[in-house]
Structure formats: C-alpha cells, structure tokens
Design a protein around this ligand. Structure first.
Ligand code: NAD
Ligand code: UDP
Length: 322
C-alpha cells in the first residue's frame, strides 16, 4: 500500500507534460517523468528536479518500460505540425508502439491509464461543434495523417485493451492548447504569432486567416485531465477537453498584436495541406461528467503566456531556438 500515488507521465518534459507534472507533484504524488527530449526540454522541468518525489528518466516510449506505477498519463508525442511532420514514421511509431507499450505496462501493473488524444481525430470536421460521437473526416494518406491516424489507432488500442483486458482507461480528446513552456519554434499558431509580434516581424497567416480554432489555456486543460483520471471507472471517454470559444486566425493575430503592443503587419502564406477549416469542441460531456469547464478566456490566457515568450527572447537562450 502506497500513501502517495506513483504516477508516470510520458512526455513529461513537454509543454503540457511539464504543467501536469508540476500540478501532480503539488498534490502530493510521486512522479516518474519519462521523455526522449525530442520536443520537450529539461528547462521545462528545471524547478522540479531537486524534489525527491520527482524522478526524470530519458526513455523513448516506442521501447518497453518496466516500472511499478499506479497511474499513467500517456502524453509522449510531438504535437505541432512542424515537429510531427519532421519524421512522420517516428510520429506514427510513437503513437502506436507507445500506446502498446504503455497499455502493456498498465496491464501488468493494473494501473489506470489516460491517453492524450486530440481533436485531430475529427480531421477536417463536417459537423460543428464536434461531439464525441462524430467519427471524423480524416485523410489517411496526407501530411497530417501520421499524427491523426496514429492518434486514432492509439484510441482503438485503448478501447481494445478495455474490452479485452478490462483495463481502466481514460481517453481525452484535447483541443488547441497554449501557455508558458510551449516551444517557441514549434510552428503552432499561438507561439508563432507571439514570437513574431514580440520581434516586430510580420505575422504569418496561412491561407486567408478565416479558418478557426478554439484555444484552451494550459491550466484548464491540466485540470480537465486530472479530473478525468480521478473520475469513476465507467467514465472512459473519449471526452473533449477544450475551450469552446472560437476565433478565426485573423482575430487571434489582432488580439496578440493588441496585447504585445506591436503594430499588426501580416504576411499571407499558402495554407498547408489538410488544414482544418474550423474547430470547436462540444464539452457537454466534460461539463456533465466531470463538472469541468475552462475558467481562463483567451485574453487572460494570452496575458499569462506572453511574458514567458518575452523572457525567452530577453534571455537569448540559443539552445531553445534551435
Ligand atoms: P510537446 O511536443 O511539447 O510534448 C510532447 C513531449 O513528448 C515532448 O516532451 C517530447 O520530447 C516527448 N516525446 C515525443 N516523442 C517521444 C517518444 N517517442 N518517447 C518519449 N517521449 C517522447 O507537445 P504538447 O503540446 O505538450 O502535447 C502533449 C500531448 O498532448 C501530445 O500527446 C499531444 O498529441 C497532445 N495534444 C496536445 C495539444 C495541444 O494543443 N498542445 C492538442 C491535442 C493533443
Ligand atoms: N497558422 C497560421 N500561421 C502560423 C501558424 C499557423 O496561420 O504561423 C494557422 C494554421 O494554418 C492553422 C491554425 O493556424 O489553420 C492552427 O495551427 P496550429 O499549427 O497551431 O494547430 P492545428 O492546425 O494543429 O490546429
């Protein structure tokens, strides 16, 4: 019997993982953070490493892992299109082999396991907002497929382990999330726009900027993930976690220029292949089953995120810009 829960966070040195580790540690748990540092950095968890209830291990989830744990949050996977398209074969392996290895670990240790799935399982959605019962509109052979189909296959594995091996599973479909600890060069829209605004260079709008996204502040996401993990065993998901407030990409550019105090200059570029036109989560199930809804709206969240990027620029941290 362990007084503290032993919690494994894969991808714990990444953007979301680092916030999750910090919060779980604060709640009195023992954390094992594993990461191969593909997109995550030790800087993201530098303040945690001296805590003896926090353990950091370099490990790639595409290889089996033998440890004893009570809960697993499976976050390991590059999340920005630039990073996941850099080595697409590895991206699919991370989602699929990673899921098999972590589900195998959960089965052996009887641990509860949560999968960080994504709104990308809906592809370029034909219903709006997206509800969990929508099966999606996904191109299986496009440039986003390594991520989308990898995550879809991971969901399949989770539900087969649930039906076949009676595992306690939780599947969260995460919508666009932003905040401190995002990689400044990850190519995602919030980090790109803030970095560009702060450096006084034009904001790159892909397409005409009328495509939309709904942006969730990272603290809200972490709260939703923990509530899902702690929910009754019959709540498996899949469950949308995101902020339903939807903005066009142009509206986001305007808001960021206003908050950084820089003049808005736009540079239009080609829309990447299979880029979804609109995205908004229906979070009725999360509201109903978890009593969860986001508390931080876009302006407030951006005001918390901008100082992190400003600090990176002033500290001129060369390593993180590589
Ligand atoms: P991130 O890239 O910052 O973090 C991913 C972490 O996983 C990094 O630390 C990376 O080094 C690590 N990693 C990658 N491949 C690995 C491997 N093979 N073995 C071990 N570690 C590996 O991304 P994030 O935004 O923090 O996303 C975390 C999770 O949430 C991902 O699974 C992502 O798909 C999911 N998600 C995020 C968003 C979002 O908007 N941030 C949206 C939907 C889903
Ligand atoms: N985008 C943009 N300029 C950028 C980066 C992204 O216009 O510099 C657009 C991108 O084409 C997409 C949206 O912003 O329509 C969100 O992109 P992101 O990569 O953040 O996430 P995803 O497409 O995976 O939701």
């Amino acid at each position: 019997m362990h007084l503290r829960k032993r919690i494994l966070v894969t991808g714990g040195a990444g953007f979301v993982g680092s916030h999750l580790c910090r919060r779980l540690l604060k709640e009195g748990n023992d954390i094992l953070c594993i990461d191969n540092f593909y997109t995550g950095t030790k800087d993201n968890i530098a303040d945690l490493v001296d805590n003896h209830h926090f353990e950091l291990m370099r490990h790639d989830v595409t290889f089996p892992l033998y440890v004893e744990v009570d809960e697993i949050y499976n976050l390991a996977c590059p999340a920005s299109p630039v990073h996941y398209q850099y080595d697409p074969v590895q991206t699919t392996k991370t989602s699929v082999h990673g899921a098999i290895n972590m589900l195998g670990l959960a089965k052996r240790t009887n641990a509860k396991i949560l999968q960080a799935s994504t709104s990308e399982v809906y592809g370029d959605p034909q219903i709006h907002p997206q509800t969990e019962d929508y099966w999606g509109h996904v191109n299986p052979i496009g440039i986003r497929s390594c991520y989308d189909e990898g995550k879809r296959c991971a969901e399949t594995l989770f539900f087969d382990y649930y039906r076949q091996h009676k595992l306690r599973i939780k599947v969260a479909r995460i919508f666009n999330t932003y905040g401190p600890n995002m990689h400044p060069n990850d190519g995602r829209v919030v980090s790109n726009f803030i970095m560009q605004s702060l450096q006084g260079i034009p904001t790159t709008i892909y397409g005409d900027g009328s495509q939309s996204r709904s942006f969730c502040y990272v603290d809200d996401l972490v709260d939703g993930l923990i509530r899902l993990m702690n929910s009754d065993d019959d709540i498996t998901g899949p469950l949308n976690i995101g902020n339903p407030n939807e903005f066009t990409i142009l509206e986001l550019a305007e808001k960021i220029s206003e908050l950084t105090g820089s003049e808005l200059a736009l540079e239009y570029q080609e829309l990447p292949g299979d880029d979804p036109i609109q995205r908004q989560p229906d979070i009725s199930i999360a509201r109903d089953k978890l009593g969860w809804e986001p508390a931080v709206q876009l302006e407030e969240g951006l005001k918390k995120a901008i100082p992190y990027f400003r600090e990176l620029l002033t500290s001129n941290n060369a390593e993180i810009f590589s």
